[in-house]
Structure formats: structure tokens, C-alpha cells
Design a protein around this ligand. Structure first.
Ligand code: SIN
Length: 458
């Protein structure tokens, strides 16, 4: 069997190997998925829910081992990885029940002798492509609703973190799940493996989480066979702190959202806009908090910030800082690259329009602070981006909370809340941040087609 190596970004050591599938393997996986679809679809939502519940139990039973695997393959601090395993199990838990609520409608008939029904049916075999930054939760966020709806899934995880996905598929089988209903295909050549899925009209859905750049390519590929699509793409989240904000709470939450996973999440605060009247107090408190972050071996229980996932990620972060400094920003804390793939948690101040860091997603542990004076100016700056995933605002004024939340062109808005994501709420973006929603009842709809049945009575 061909394999490719998986490397620990904290140490650079090889931690294992994953099967290196090619296009023929992809075609074989598609055939198995298509063959399994009628038998999976024929099960009741209650039977599917029961299997999902057993899968959830096994994921939780193996929480520590999965967390260690995840930390070893992509560098997330171990305490965050344990949290992610619970988050991942939360999606399975939710959809084990939610599948039973795929309700239809009876429509009032315009003719006395007709009955009109709108029912819901599974979309069909699904191709799922997941990222390395949440190797467990992004798998279950897609697979659990797809399976609950009655779809079969072939999932291709990112090359950096394939081992967690493989382990989750093993646990599915251990739970009694059919190995052809949920398959994982790993590869070092994603384009070659994806091609058969795009070419085959029997694969009815693409679901992808990753960069906007790759998402656009996959969107176009999916159009060839007119697949349903869900795309959860890049973000560039603004974090607005108004003059009436609780500064201590805003600092605590910006730390949580900015430095979680070393800043490698799509919903990380990427641009921090602070009102001029509280800017000095905010920056002073944040500088103390950033300085106190414990950076190191992500398997160490005390570590709060681990390495970046790879060299390209590190170079992008270093490039954003260098560009900002060259254009007049000041490094209040951090700023250094290394050792290895580590980048010091960084606070940048005097950040202004025209710097790359305000235009692009950084995906790293760098917090740029921009000052504003007028609410409308802050909202306009927040919306001045092609992205629209998550935005945050800090205020104690209820009117402003509603006004600004409604004015922000984003799929998710946290009002005095830096961590809004949860399995039962809708997650997803507008504009270049994607199409569709994951989580809650919205996530199930992505895997269901509406079928209208009109019955003329004899
Ligand atoms: C992501 O970054 O794509 C996911 C973040 C989350 O679910 O909180």
C-alpha cells in the first residue's frame, strides 16, 4: 500500500503514515458509497440515530487518545484538543436526535380532490473535504448530519491531519456502522482524488471547509455535474470594542477567540477596532494578557499556544507582521518567528488601512489593533472586506448591540461573546466566506432535498 508521512509540527518528527489513495481508489470508494446509499436511506431515522449515539459514546470514550493524536498531527494544545473531541461528539449527539425531525408539510390544496405533500429525502452520496485546523469537529459537523439525513459519505481529510479522521471512521465501524456508509480516503494528491467525485453525477453533494481560494475551484468543479454544495470558507473577523464596553470582558474574550488554536480558525478575531477613548486601557490590559500566554510543546497540559501547522502558514504570519511594521505599525508584544514553526503571540498597535493584515486572513497568533472614533466608521471598516463569516462587537448599549449586529454583513455575530459556535446553532458565512450553514436544524437541511408529491384522489 502506498502511504505518505504525517509530521508533528511541534517537533518536525514523523508520527505515522496514512494511505496515499489515487484516482482508482477514489472511483472504488464512490462505487461502494453508491451501492450503500439505498440500504442506508432505507433505515429509519431512529435506527440511524441509534448508530450515531453509539458512535458518539465511543468518541467520548476515546477522548484522550483522539486528543493526543490530533495534537501530535497538527499542534493544537492538548487541552483544546480535548475540548474539540467533546465539540465533535456534540455534533453527533445533536444529529442523532435531529434526524428524527426531518419533517415534511401538508400544503392546502387548491382542488378538493387533491392532496399536496412536501417531503424531505436524503440528497444522495456526499463528497466531504475537511481542513486540518479542527481534525475531529469539522468531520462530525459534516458527517453526522449527512448520516442522520440518510446520505452516505466519502470524506477526504487534509494531508496535514488525516489520522484523526481515520480513527473516527474506525470508531464508526466499531459502533456497528457500515464501513461503506462512511468512508475516509486519505491522499497526498487531493486534486487527482477529487476529480472522480466531480466527474460522477451520482455523487450528489460537495461539502467543503477550507480556504476561499480552494473553495472557488471546488465550487466550479461541482458545477460540472450540478451538485448541491455547502462551502465554509475563509474569514477575516472584525472585533469592535465600543467606548461603553466592559474592557476586562472584551480583553478576556478577544484573547480566547484570537489565540485559540494559535489563531488558526476561520472565526478568529483578525482585526480589532477599539474606540479611541478606551484604546490605551484596552491595549495595556491586552498586552499583559498576551505576554502571559504560555507557548510551548502542545502536549504539555500548561501550553496555551502551540506551533503553526506548516512552513507556508508561518511565512504568511511573519509576512503580515513585517508588512505592517514596514508601514508604520508598532510591535507592542512578540513579533518573533521561531523556533521551528512557532510564532510568538503578537500584539500590533497603530495598525492602519493599506496594511496586508487588514486585507487578508492571517491564520496566526497576531492581534492587530486599529483605533476608531465613530460607530459608523467602525461598521464601514468591518464590512470593507470580501469576507463575511464571523464578527464580534462589545458594548453595554442594547440599542447599539442590535443596530451594529444588524449592520454587519456576516453570517455569525457575537455580541459580548467571543466564542459563539456550538453544535445546535447555524455556522457559516456570506459573501466570499461561503454557501450554506452547518450546525443545528440548518445543517440537516443541507443534506435533504424537498420532494413535492401531488396526489389526485380517485
Ligand atoms: C473553523 O474555524 O472553521 C471552525 C471554528 C469553530 O467551529 O468554532
Amino acid at each position: 500500500m502506498r502511504t505518505f508521512n504525517v509530521t508533528n509540527p511541534a517537533t518536525g518528527t514523523n508520527i505515522g503514515a496514512a494511505p496515499d489513495a489515487n484516482a482508482d481508489d477514489a472511483r472504488a470508494a464512490i462505487e461502494r458509497s453508491i451501492a450503500a446509499f439505498p440500504r442506508w436511506k432505507a433505515k429509519t431515522a431512529f435506527e440511524r440515530g441509534e448508530l450515531l449515539r453509539r458512535w458518539r459514546d465511543l468518541i467520548l470514550k476515546h477522548e484522550d487518545a483522539i486528543a493526543r493524536l490530533m495534537t501530535s498531527e497538527m499542534g493544537k494544545p492538548i487541552t483544546e484538543s480535548r475540548g474539540e473531541v467533546k465539540y465533535a461528539a456534540g455534533f453527533v449527539d445533536w444529529y442523532a436526535e435531529e434526524g428524527k425531525r426531518a419533517y415534511g408539510d401538508i400544503i392546502q390544496s387548491h382542488v378538493a380532490t387533491k392532496r399536496l405533500l412536501a417531503t424531505r429525502q436524503p440528497v444522495g452520496p456526499v463528497y466531504a473535504v475537511t481542513p486540518w485546523n479542527f481534525p475531529a469537529a469539522m468531520v462530525t459537523r459534516k458527517v453526522a448530519p449527512a448520516l442522520a439525513a440518510g446520505c452516505t459519505v466519502v470524506l477526504k481529510p487534509a494531508e496535514q491531519s488525516p489520522l484523526t479522521a481515520i480513527r473516527l471512521a474506525e470508531l464508526w465501524v466499531e459502533a456497528g456502522g457500515d464501513a461503506d456508509v462512511f468512508q475516509v480516503i486519505t491522499t497526498g494528491d487531493p486534486a487527482a482524488v477529487s476529480e472522480p467525485f466531480f466527474a460522477d453525477a451520482r455523487v450528489r453533494k460537495l461539502t467543503f471547509t477550507g480556504s476561499t481560494e480552494v473553495g472557488k475551484v471546488l465550487y466550479a468543479q461541482a458545477a460540472r455535474t450540478v451538485k448541491r454544495v455547502s462551502l465554509e470558507l475563509g474569514g477575516h473577523a472584525p472585533f469592535l470594542v465600543f467606548e461603553d464596553a466592559d474592557i476586562a470582558s472584551a480583553v478576556a474574550q478577544v484573547m480566547a477567540t484570537k489565540f485559540r488554536n494559535a489563531g488558526q480558525t476561520c472565526v478568529c478575531a483578525n482585526r480589532i477596532y477599539v474606540h479611541a477613548s478606551i484604546r490605551d486601557a484596552f491595549v495595556a490590559q491586552m498586552a499583559t494578557a498576551v505576554q502571559a500566554l504560555r507557548v510551548g510543546d502542545p502536549l504539555n497540559e500548561a501550553t496555551q499556544v502551540g506551533p503553526l501547522v506548516d512552513r507556508a502558514g508561518l511565512e504568511k504570519v511573519a509576512g503580515h507582521v513585517a508588512d505592517a511594521v514596514a508601514k508604520g505599525a508598532r510591535v507592542a508584544v512578540g513579533g518573533q518567528s521561531g523556533p521551528g514553526l512557532f510564532f510568538a503571540p503578537t500584539l500590533l498597535v497603530d495598525v492602519a488601512a493599506g496594511m496586508r493584515i487588514l486585507d487578508e486572513e492571517t491564520f496566526g497568533p497576531v492581534a492587530p489593533v486599529v483605533t476608531f472614533t465613530v460607530e459608523a466608521e467602525a461598521v464601514a471598516a468591518a464590512n470593507d472586506t470580501p469576507y463575511g463569516l464571523a464578527a464580534y462587537l462589545w458594548t453595554r448599549d442594547l440599542g447599539r448591540a442590535f443596530r451594529v449586529a444588524e449592520a454587519l454583513d456576516y453570517g455569525i455575530v457575537g455580541v459580548n461573546d467571543g466564542l459563539p459556535a456550538t453544535p445546535h446553532a447555524p455556522f457559516g458565512g456570506v459573501k466570499a466566506s461561503g454557501v450554506g450553514r452547518e450546525g443545528g436544524r440548518w445543517g440537516l437541511e443541507e443534506y435533504l432535498d424537498v420532494k413535492y408529491v401531488s396526489i389526485a384522489l380517485p
